[in-house]
Every structure is written in structure tokens, then in C-alpha cells.
Write a protein that binds this ligand. Structure first.
Ligand SMILES: Nc1ncnc2c1ncn2[C@@H]1O[C@H](COP(=O)(O)OP(=O)(O)O)[C@@H](O)[C@H]1O
Ligand SMILES: [Mg+2]
Ligand SMILES: [Zn+2]
Length: 499
């Protein structure tokens, strides 16, 4: 028998097979049960989160005569369901990436008029719909404006911002989410169970984590791991398949950096590179490890969240005791900032090593003297400022002063405080400049930004500065901020700045 890739073998066949998208599945089921199906849907979200699969199930559900009594799901057994599972004329799947022209859209417009054969609906699933040309969108729009009663469109896209507003306004929109690691891990485990493949829990978590929220990626990785090992699949097997530097050597390097052991920093890096480790990959693995450390430091249920083998976890805990949060934040910040540089550097290794040494030497606290120098430089050299960086501030208006501070902060290139900017508001009160902070902002300011902020505010007005903690509803507390900071730091693509 030929080998079928796991992600195809386990394509969801019923709504209940779709994981991590309950908010969407429930709504769709309700629409079917309540007979409130609309004519056009837009499914958006990262690749591999279930858009096409859900569209296909939905296409069967609207046609299956037993769907209503079946709580909105297609029964899968009746002649209609059987017919729609095979080749048929009523569910038409198109890929706009390869057919994006206006002729194609006109063709749809004509053919959609012919009634369906098997059930009440003729369903068009248009994948990657953002690739349609302008002409094709216009032709499609005409169809969406006056669809025949039997027509149902499901437009799928990973790039919703490229869809014209005229189309958006005619569709019911569903946003497919990235699937949480724990849900992915359970999914992988259930696939391995069905395949009679023994595994350890840590192995499934490592696979889930590598999937980064995409079910398809995750199942593909599971497939690779599955076929390259006989016997029980372990955490180390997964690491080997992923080509991740062994946690142990990363742990050693990380410890050298965070405890500022210069000679170990250089020798550990050297060892890893000699093993054939790519520097960019090394930098990424290191940031992930530091992210784990941060999790151990700030989250009470870190053990549960990380799902690491015990010895790896205790190694983290030991190291976490020796470092402070600001230093970890500084390390992540530096490594993420390094990402772009590494791509273009003549000597990536040298760049990496100097960053590692810099992290080692820093406490993560603001270097007040250095800051002083930078601010003085900004003050003394207005000719060096470009037009857009000039700040004109109205000293009698607190908001204006605050905008000035923000521009200066941006010039100083400090992303952390800017990341929690919305938690801060300011006002004048008598002779005081009052800075209202949410808990997260307040902690961060007390921890490392007070001097810097004071100095910047003084550049624009000479009031007494007062920091007030306001407990707003929903204002982020430091724990949550740091957690979400840690979990949103993306190490691939993007601007690479943690926010
Ligand atoms: N939410 C999900 N639940 C279960 N499996 C999924 C899910 N999303 C994706 N998959 C798996 O990934 C494969 C591709 O999914 P697909 O629906 O084509 O994703 P998308 O259209 O969002 O890129 C499916 O065959 C299935 O194995
Ligand atoms: Mg798809
Ligand atoms: Zn049926």
C-alpha cells in the first residue's frame, strides 16, 4: 500500500474532528440547525489551521438532509454525503493562486446559475482568494451581489488585508486562530494512538511547539518523526529530527552568557559551530531557551506550560535562580535584534559572539551613564536630527509633552516601554506632571525606566514628576505582560522586535 501523508490521512471529516476552532464550528453548526445559512463566507487565518477542511465539511453539512437532526454536522452516510465526498459537480474547489483571471470569475458567474444535483446548495470554495486580479474581484462581486438562491461561496485567505472592502462587506467573516500548543499535543498523541505508535508526552509537546500553531505543520513534523524512528518516539528523537541544537549544549552556552563567563561563552559557541550549527539557528535556539527561562521566572505553572523532561526542567530552574528578569528581557531583545543583522553580516559568528558577550556583561538595567551621553548628544546636535525626528512641543499641554517623550524614546530605540505605552496616560495637576500607569507599566518603570523618563520629561517641561499606579480593569499586570511578551516574541520573519 502506498504511504499517505498523515496530514492527508487525518483531514477532518466532521465538524468534531476540527480542533482549536470551536468559536467558528459552533456558529456554523447553529446556522445549519437554525436554517440561517448565508450566501458568502470568508475564512481567514494562518495556513494549516483548518480553513479548507472546514469549508468542505460545511459544504456537505448544508446539503445533507440529516444535518439538522445531527446537530449541524453532515451524517456522512446518506447518498448526498457519499456523492459529495467523491468527485461531484456541486462542491467546486478552486485555487485562485493558479486561476486568478477575470475569465475564470466570469465562468463562475455563468456556471453558478445551473442548479445543484445532489442537494439544495452548489458550493464554491475559492482558496487563496486574495490572489484574484482586480477584474476577477469585480466579476465575483457581481455574483456576490445577486447570487442565485442555491449558491454558497466560501472564500479562504491567509491575507485578508488584500481583499477589497466591497467583497469583505458581503461576506460573513470567520477568523481561524492559531491552535494552542496543548491542543496540538493532544492531537498528535491521538494520531499516534490511532497509528499504534508509542511515544512520550514530552515528544508530543516538542512536536506541538514546533508546529507554532499550525495543525498542518505540526502533523507534518509528526509524520517525519514517525517515519524516522522505530519503537517509542522520545523527546530527543524529535529534537534530532528538528535539527535543534541539543538542549544540553544550548543550556551550557546560555549559562555561560547569563553568568558572564567569557571564556565559556567563546568555547561553547565554538563547539556548537564546529558541530555544524548554523549561527542564525543557534541564535534562535538560544532565544527560545531564554524565553523558557523567563517563563520559569514569571509563571507559577511553568512546569505544566513547558512540558519538558524533568532533568531539562530542573536545569532551567537552577539557572533561573541565578538571573534577574531585566537581564533576560535584555537578552531576548538583543537576540531578536540580531536576527536581521545575521542575515547580512560578513561574519555572522563574530556578530553573534559580540552580542553574547554584550548580554553577558550587561545587568539588563538601564546603563544610566550611557543613556546620559545619548540624551546629551540628542540635545546638543539638533543638526543631526532629520526633519521628521524634530519634536515641537507645547509645554502647556501634557499630551504634547508626552508625545515629545515618545519621539525621543523612539530615537533612543527602546522598544520595551513603547510596547506598554497604552497602559500609560498623563496629565498636569497644579505644578505636577502626573504619569498614570497600569500595574505592568508601573512595575517596569520602577524596575528600570524611571531615571530615563524623568530626564526626558524634564527636557520638555519643568514640573515635578509624579508616578501614580492606577488599577484599571484589564490593565495588564507584569506577570501577564511578560508571559504574553514571552509568547508573542516571534523569531522568524516580521520586524523581530518584541512588543
Ligand atoms: N483545525 C484543524 N483540526 C484538525 N486538523 C487540521 C486543522 N487544521 C488543519 N488541519 C490538518 O491540516 C491539513 C490541512 O488543513 P487545511 O484545512 O487545508 O488548512 P488551511 O486551509 O487553513 O491551510 C488537514 O488535512 C488536517 O490534517
Ligand atoms: Mg487551505
Ligand atoms: Zn448525509
Amino acid at each position: 500500500m502506498s504511504y499517505v501523508a498523515l496530514y492527508r490521512k487525518y483531514r477532518p471529516q466532521t465538524f468534531d474532528d476540527v480542533i482549536g476552532q470551536d468559536h467558528i464550528i459552533n456558529t456554523l453548526k447553529n446556522q445549519i440547525v437554525g436554517n440561517k445559512v448565508s450566501h458568502a463566507y470568508l475564512f481567514t487565518g494562518t495556513r494549516g489551521t483548518g480553513k479548507t477542511s472546514t469549508a468542505k465539511i460545511f459544504a456537505r453539512a448544508v446539503n445533507c438532509p440529516h444535518a439538522v437532526e445531527n446537530n449541524g454536522s453532515p451524517c456522512g452516510k446518506c447518498p448526498t454525503c457519499q456523492q459529495l465526498l467523491g468527485a461531484n459537480m456541486d462542491v467546486i474547489e478552486m485555487d485562485a493562486a493558479s486561476n486568478n483571471g477575470v475569465d475564470y470569475a466570469r465562468d463562475i458567474r455563468e456556471k453558478v446559475q445551473y442548479p445543484p444535483v445532489a442537494g439544495p446548495y452548489k458550493v464554491y470554495i475559492i482558496d487563496e482568494v486574495h490572489m484574484l486580479s482586480v477584474g476577477a474581484f469585480n466579476a465575483l462581486l457581481k455574483t456576490l451581489e445577486e447570487p442565485p438562491k442555491h449558491a454558497l461561496f466560501v472564500l479562504c485567505t491567509t491575507e485578508v488585508h488584500k481583499i477589497p472592502a466591497t467583497i469583505l462587506s458581503r461576506c460573513m467573516r470567520f477568523d481561524f486562530r492559531l491552535v494552542p500548543t496543548a491542543t496540538l499535543a493532544n492531537h498528535v498523541a491521538s494520531i499516534f494512538d490511532k497509528e499504534n505508535k508509542p511515544y512520550t508526552k514530552e515528544a508530543t509537546y516538542a512536536i506541538a511547539q514546533a508546529g507554532e500553531g499550525s495543525v498542518r505543520d505540526c502533523v507534518s513534523i509528526a509524520d517525519r518523526c514517525y517515519s524516522c524512528t522505530t519503537g517509542t518516539l522520545t523527546y530527543d528523537d524529535v529534537m534530532a529530527v528538528l535539527g535543534v541544537s541539543s538542549k544540553n549544549s544550548i543550556a551550557k552556552l546560555c549559562k555561560a552568557i547569563l553568568t558572564n563567563n567569557t571564556s565559556d561563552i567563546l568555547t561553547e559557541t565554538d563547539t556548537l559551530v564546529k558541530e555544524g550549527k548554523d549561527v542564525a539557528r543557534l541564535s534562535k535556539d538560544l532565544s527560545l531557551y531564554i524565553k523558557d527561562l523567563l517563563t520559569v521566572k514569571v509563571c507559577k505553572n511553568a512546569n505544566e506550560m513547558l512540558s519538558l523532561p524533568d532533568d531539562a526542567y530542573f536545569q532551567l530552574v537552577e539557572l533561573a535562580k541565578q538571573v534577574q528578569v531585566p537581564k533576560l528581557l535584555f537578552a531576548i531583545d538583543t537576540l531578536v535584534g540580531l536576527e536581521n543583522g545575521l542575515r547580512y553580516a560578513l561574519s555572522p559568528l563574530m556578530l553573534f559572539e559580540s552580542a553574547a558577550l554584550k548580554i553577558g556583561a550587561s545587568t539588563g538595567e538601564v546603563d544610566v551613564e550611557g543613556l546620559d551621553r545619548r540624551i546629551t548628544r540628542l540635545e546638543q546636535q539638533p543638526q543631526n536630527l532629520t526633519a521628521e525626528s524634530m519634536v515641537v512641543v507645547d509645554k502647556t499641554n501634557a499630551q504634547s509633552v508626552w508625545r515629545g517623550v515618545k519621539v525621543k524614546l523612539e530615537q533612543l530605540g527602546d522598544p520595551l516601554l513603547l510596547g506598554i505605552w497604552k497602559d500609560i496616560s498623563v496629565r498636569f495637576e497644579g505644578g505636577n506632571f502626573v504619569v498614570n500607569c497600569g500595574k505592568g507599566a508601573h512595575t517596569l518603570i520602577e524596575l528600570q525606566y524611571k531615571m530615563q523618563l524623568n530626564k526626558l520629561i524634564k527636557m520638555f517641561c519643568d514640573k515635578t514628576i509624579e508616578y501614580q499606579l492606577v488599577e484599571k480593569e484589564n490593565s495588564g499586570d507584569l506577570d501577564r505582560r511578560l508571559q504574553s511578551l514571552a509568547s508573542t516574541v516571534k523569531f522568524e520573519g516580521g520586524t523581530g522586535k518584541p512588543v
